[in-house]
Structure formats: structure tokens, C-alpha cells
Design a protein around this ligand. Structure first.
Ligand code: CA
Ligand code: CA
Ligand code: CA
Length: 156
């Protein structure tokens, strides 16, 4: 039996959907969108790879972007306010998926557990996160490696 084109299309759409939602798929839901966002923000050389210098610079810029009132600490309220700008960039659905992941990532850096993340707490762990993500130890982060961020941070 031959499958019609429309059936093939429907099947591949179903497969893509399954891959996107299945927890056993290598990239977790939201991981891909988060990787795109990080590359968009951090990759200044345009090679879709984040080098260690781009990472350090991007981390600093990301902190400043999230610290909306510029007082040197990121609060939960400031992270909630990210939904709008991120939604404007990748759509509301994507933002609803990503912002909770960003919250989790950022608050995992709250070393003294005082409910907000200082620039020092943020910077201290940034290098460790880079090393954790750099699976092939090439000193750079590919899109695939970045997509693993939620998994690597929270399951290891
Ligand atoms: Ca680059
Ligand atoms: Ca602040
Ligand atoms: Ca803190």
C-alpha cells in the first residue's frame, strides 16, 4: 500500500509533535526554543555556536536585561515580566513554556536562598553551567548542547 502525500504529511506532523512533547526525546520541550533564544542573544559572530567569550558577555547582558530596575538583583517579579518581550520575539505559547524554565534556571543560582539572585551569584555559576553543557568539551556550545540546558541542570 502506498501512502498518499497528505497522509505522509499528516504522519510527519504527528511524528514532529510527538518528538516535541515526548519526555524521552533527547531535547526536552522548551529546550529547543530556549537554545534558539540563547543563540539569538549570545552568538555575536553569527556561527550559531556560543564560544566561551560570547557566553561570558552574553551572561552579563542577560543579567542586565533581567534586572529591570538595575538594582543588581533579579527578583521573581522581574522574571515574570520577561513573558511579554520573549512573547514578542517567539510567540506567546513559546514564552509560556520558556519563562518557567528561565525562572528555574535563574533561581537554581540563588546560593544564599534569599529569594533573589545577585549579579555575583549569577556570575559565579555561569562558568560551571558552560562546562556542564559543553558535552564534547570543545570549549563551545552548539545549539544541540544548549537545548539540553534544562535536562543537564536539573537531572544531574
Ligand atoms: Ca559564535
Ligand atoms: Ca532588580
Ligand atoms: Ca540570593
Amino acid at each position: 500500500m502506498r501512502l498518499s502525500t497528505s497522509k505522509v504529511l499528516a504522519l510527519s506532523a504527528a511524528a514532529a509533535f510527538w518528538a516535541a512533547v515526548s519526555p524521552t526525546f533527547s531535547a526536552p520541550p522548551g529546550g529547543d526554543a530556549l537554545a534558539d533564544l540563547i543563540i539569538d542573544q549570545f552568538d555575536t559572530s553569527g556561527d550559531t555556536i556560543v564560544g566561551s567569550e560570547e557566553w561570558q558577555y552574553g551572561i552579563k547582558a542577560a543579567f542586565q536585561m533581567m534586572d529591570e530596575d538595575g538594582d543588581g538583583v533579579i527578583t521573581g517579579g522581574e522574571l515574570g515580566a520577561l513573558e511579554e518581550p520573549i512573547g514578542g520575539r517567539i510567540g506567546e505559547v513559546g514564552a509560556k513554556l520558556i519563562v518557567p524554565i528561565i525562572k528555574r534556571v535563574v533561581f537554581s543560582l540563588d546560593a544564599d536562598k534569599n529569594g533573589c539572585v545577585s549579579s555575583k551569584e549569577f556570575a559565579d555559576r555561569a562558568e560551571g553551567i558552560f562546562k556542564k553543557l559543553d558535552a564534547d568539551v570543545q570549549g563551545t556550545l552548539s545549539r544541540t548542547e544548549l537545548a539540553q540546558l534544562p535536562v543537564r541542570l536539573f537531572t544531574e
